[in-house]
Design a binder for this molecule. Structure first.
Ligand code: KIV
Length: 271
């Protein structure tokens, strides 16, 4: 008797079925092969190759500088590692805001050159045409509302969005627009939990929250933040599972001391 060891891939449909049966969706970012392999094998449902790579991988202050070519490089490394999870890739700033043709071309490049399974775009009504055009080409799209970091210079700060009535009303409309446009899911970032709950209730597609409370259908975090690699970044919404900054720093200090004292390499560590 042969044992079927094939791993069943999570798809955009799987996420929608999870919402239907009330099973929460887990999502984390990854940007490279080694981290994505751990995250995938540990059982995450979806991996986001976020443009937060601009911050945590490249050290930029914002997500704006990262390019389409750089996103494709990160995404193809992640795709090589992800055997089970759905891989979603951010369209970076400047690769889709111009017009819907540009948006489609950028999405096609990501899918063709990285092998990813879906793309994510920031915005609502104002990018509806682009979303529809990408979906018409057969590419699944995840939306992103609330704090959309590519608009940081319009917002001015990274504080909670949609606390005022007008912005909350626009977000409620936008989540419906994204559903109608054909998005398979939507990220809600840093908005009041009550508003996220109302938005989640209003749509059939899953909402994935980051700083948007417990009512969302799933949660996403930047993997460097939840592992404690980003020193000094402790927003209220973040649960930090490890303090890898300290762990790695301790290991490096130990290595430096061992080399300096000629303790490393030992007899057993040489040929
Ligand atoms: O780029 C990113 O990591 C994101 C998440 C914060 C949702 O968009």
């Amino acid at each position: 008797m042969s044992v079927n060891t094939e791993i069943k891939r999570i798809t955009t449909n799987t996420l929608q079925e999870m919402k239907l049966r009330g099973e929460k969706i887990s999502m984390l970012t990854s940007y490279d092969y080694s981290m994505a392999r751990i995250v995938d094998e540990a059982g995450i449902d979806a991996i986001l190759v976020g443009d937060s790579a601009s911050n945590v991988m490249a050290g930029h202050e914002t997500t704006l500088p990262i390019t389409l070519d750089q996103m494709i490089y990160h995404a193809s490394s992640v795709v090589r590692a992800a055997k089970r999870s759905l891989v979603v890739v951010d369209l970076p700033f400047g690769s889709y805001q111009g017009n819907s043709k540009e948006a489609l071309n950028s999405a096609i490049r990501i899918m063709k050159e990285s092998g990813a399974h879906a793309v994510k775009l920031e915005g609502g009504e104002e990018i509806r045409e682009s979303i529809e055009r990408i979906i018409t080409a057969g590419i699944p799209v995840m939306g992103h509302l609330g704090l959309t970091p590519q608009s940081i210079y319009k917002f001015g700060t990274y504080t909670v969005r949609a606390k005022e009535e007008a912005e909350a009303e626009k977000l409620k409309k936008d989540v419906l627009v994204l559903q109608e446009a054909g998005c398979f899911a939507v990220v809600l970032e840093k908005i009041p939990a009550k508003l996220a709950a109302a938005a989640t209730e209003s749509v059939k597609i899953p909402t994935i929250g980051i700083g948007a409370g417990a009512a969302c259908d799933g949660q996403v975090l930047v993997v460097h933040d939840m592992l404690g690699l980003t020193k000094g970044f402790r927003p209220r919404f973040l649960r930090q599972y490890l303090n890898l900054y300290e762990e790695i720093s301790g290991a490096v200090k130990g290595y430096v001391a061992d080399v300096k004292s000629s303790d490393f390499p030992s007899e057993k560590e040489q040929y």
